[in-house]
Write a protein that binds this ligand. Structure first.
Ligand code: ZN
Length: 274
């Protein structure tokens, strides 16, 4: 087993952030703000063909970074005041609990380096330090990996995410980019089909348990050998879908042919654990 196949899952606020992302994608929340943050976050990066650091990873990071920063400053300001009023309580920044859960060896205490009676401005400097050194980003990335692990199983959410970005492909194009746009896009401005790498096929195959997600036929080749596997784009490329692992579902040949090249709702059928 390769080391890169393993990551440690501490489930630090995983469901809290998963729920926020779910609410953004499925609720009535105004998504324009989140999309514009996402665009700013992505800069000139583009999602043209399958990358392990998927579009969904980046979206999670952008949202989590936003909320974590907001929560951190709000809670810390409140806690700071409480601790000043009652010296029995020792102030500890919100993000320090994440550092200790992820066993990352950074803390406000260490930053203060023995300084007694710190000011609020010391805390603000600590925030600056976390941004500059990349410690904040490291925590955001760890949380995003945990959130991805949980929500990737939710095909409806994956489909909602892809619908959200589908209408906004231009978000990810940078005019100054060296990439030969013409070779990657159709004349209608949608993405051309990219070869699906084996890791993406494996991820979708194992998530969907080797069964067609529509008719539930076994296409694992364990029980019979003439099973054809189709990796279907839930939001079709013609409708602005991405070549992203989050946009795929497993189908048998017959269901894929019936569906054609149109987008269709993802299957909500799952196999129970037992
Ligand atoms: Zn089928």
């Amino acid at each position: 087993m390769k080391n890169s196949e393993i990551f440690e899952n501490n489930f630090f606020s995983t469901y809290y952030y998963s729920n926020i992302i779910s609410n953004i994608l499925t609720g009535d929340a105004d998504t324009i703000g989140f999309l514009s943050n996402f665009r700013e976050y992505m800069g000139s990066s583009v999602f043209l063909a399958y990358q392990k650091e998927s579009a969904l990873h980046h979206f999670c990071r952008s949202v989590i970074g936003d909320f974590l920063h907001e929560d951190m400053t709000t809670y810390d300001e409140y806690d700071w005041k409480c601790c000043k009023l009652n010296s029995y309580f020792k102030f500890r920044p919100y993000i320090d609990s994440a550092f200790s859960v992820f066993e990352l060896d950074w803390s406000f205490e260490e930053f203060l380096d023995g300084k007694s009676d710190p000011e609020f401005s010391d805390l603000e400097e600590y925030y600056e330090e976390l941004l500059i050194t990349g410690y904040f980003e490291e925590v955001v990335n760890r949380i995003a990996d945990e959130v991805f692990y949980v929500i990737f199983n939710n095909r409806r959410l994956m489909s909602d995410f892809n619908y959200l970005v589908a209408g906004n492909l231009e978000l990810y194009l940078d005019e100054d980019s060296d990439i030969d746009i013409g070779s990657l896009f159709t004349s209608k401005g949608t993405l051309k089909r990219a070869r699906i790498p084996q890791w993406a096929k494996d991820a979708v195959f194992f998530r969907d348990k080797g069964k067609c997600t529509i008719c539930l036929k076994d296409i694992s080749s364990l029980l019979h050998s003439n099973a054809e596997r189709h990796y279907d784009h839930m939001v079709s490329l013609a409708e602005g879908g991405l070549n992203d692992v989050s946009n795929l579902q497993l189908l048998c040949r017959s269901c894929n042919q019936t569906k054609g090249s149109k987008s269709s709702p993802p299957s909500l059928k799952y196999f129970k654990w037992y």
